[in-house]
Design a protein around this ligand. Structure first.
Ligand code: PLP
Length: 379
């Protein structure tokens, strides 16, 4: 490999992935184009069945994006104006936004420093100490399985049961992740997947899916995605236009067959980083007991985050920050009464987190180049 090759290591290399499956993808693309059946075709139903098998959840509904999956799942769970939904401030904006677009209010609870996922002790404390009025308006919890490892779902489900709350899992980054052998998306009322191109299972555009063990719940999501109608031109409720298209479904069906081997490939890269970065003044990702991490991101924390990122970027390495501004400090949530210091762990991690390139095709010289560059920075 030439020097210029290894000096360009993107955060994710989707072209390499496409090259490895080009023949199969090109075949299904032409199959769908020949059929001229583009919306909610048998491809979509087939993908729904395959994803429900993959996630060990009985029913699934394809929708237009991961964001819509959360919105439609919240709506199907009965969330609306005046309701409150507990979630993490350390996530991609779509999690909190989905709550807000329904007229409900996100109630943030800080994360655990190890896993970066929502802290169940703090959820419990919030519910225990809130007044009756507030507690009554809290209707659901959205745990986010951040970077590809499950939140503490045993504790979260116990708390939800105790307080009568729905649980909508944001699995956008965590398809295939398991906790004590159970798949992400199989714990709560529903699980929400994203097929955004850069996710571990990504399409050639936007896409998403809701999975649930509750048949009636998925029937409602399927109604909501087509303008609130079950029968054409009969609208039982106000819905959305949020459908998964056949081209995406056909592509995703090809990729789903490779997913487990790709997740294994990510774990190999993560293991190499874990070993090679040990002993440096940074913290490598902590995997919670019982979790099989899927490394959507390999995220380290270090006090020298900004300097390290600049050094890596200058040397052609696509390291990036997920996420620099916690939700409670977003301009659009200014009026909510949160301030700097409200969620110290999230704020601290937002200043220290740095995601390194991780994907199955990241092998040999390229990963060693990244490791050498990180080591060189701290020397
Ligand atoms: C990507 C993502 C979403 C949104 O998914 P889209 O398909 O981009 O709408 C929601 N939550 C989290 C945690 C995500 O990473």
């Amino acid at each position: 490999m030439s020097k210029t090759d290894k000096n360009q290591v993107p955060l994710l290399d989707l072209q390499a992935q496409y090259r490895s499956i080009k023949k199969e993808i090109d075949e299904v693309l032409s199959r769908v184009v020949e059929s001229q059946y583009f919306i909610l075709s048998p491809e979509v139903s087939a993908l729904e069945k395959e994803i429900s098998e993959y996630t060990d959840v009985s029913y699934a509904a394809g929708v237009a994006s991961g964001t819509d999956a959360i919105i439609l799942a919240l709506k199907a769970a009965g969330i609306g104006p005046g309701d409150k939904v507990i979630t993490t401030p350390f996530t991609f904006f779509a999690t909190a936004e989905s709550i807000s677009v329904l007229g409900a209010t996100p109630v943030f609870v800080d994360i655990e420093p190890g896993s970066f996922n929502i802290n169940p002790d703090l959820i419990e404390e919030l519910l225990r100490t809130s007044n009756i009025e507030d507690r009554k308006s809290i209707k659901a919890i959205i745990p986010v399985h951040l970077y590809g490892q499950c939140a503490n779902m045993e504790r979260i489900m116990d708390i939800a049961q105790k307080y009568g709350l729905k649980v909508i899992e944001d699995c956008a980054q965590a398809i295939g992740a398991t906790r004590k052998g159970r798949k992400a998306g199989s714990f709560g009322t529903a699980g929400c997947l994203s097929f955004f191109p850069s996710k571990n299972l990504g399409g050639f555009g936007d896409g998403g899916m809701v999975v649930s063990a509750d048949e009636a719940f998925i029937a409602r999501v399927k109604r909501l995605r087509v303008h609130g109608s079950k029968e054409q031109y009969v609208h039982e409720e106000i819905g959305y236009n949020s459908r998964l298209d056949s081209l995406q479904a056909a592509i995703l069906r090809v990729k789903l067959r490779k997913l487990d081997s790709w997740l294994d490939g990510r774990r190999v890269v993560a293991k190499r980083y874990d070993e090679a970065l040990d002993g440096l003044p940074l913290r490598t990702p902590k995997v919670d007991d019982g979790n099989a991490h899927t490394y959507h991101q390999y995220t380290i924390t270090t006090d020298k985050r900004d300097e390290l990122m600049k050094c890596l970027n200058d040397k052609g390495i696509g390291a990036r920050v997920y996420y620099p501004i916690p939700m409670h400090l977003q301009p659009c949530y200014k009026g909510m009464g949160y301030k700097a210091g409200s969620f110290p762990v999230s704020e601290d991690v937002s200043k220290k987190a740095l995601s390194l390139p991780v994907y199955p095709e990241l092998t040999g010289d390229k990963i060693e180049y990244i490791i050498d560059t990180v080591r060189g920075f701290f020397r």
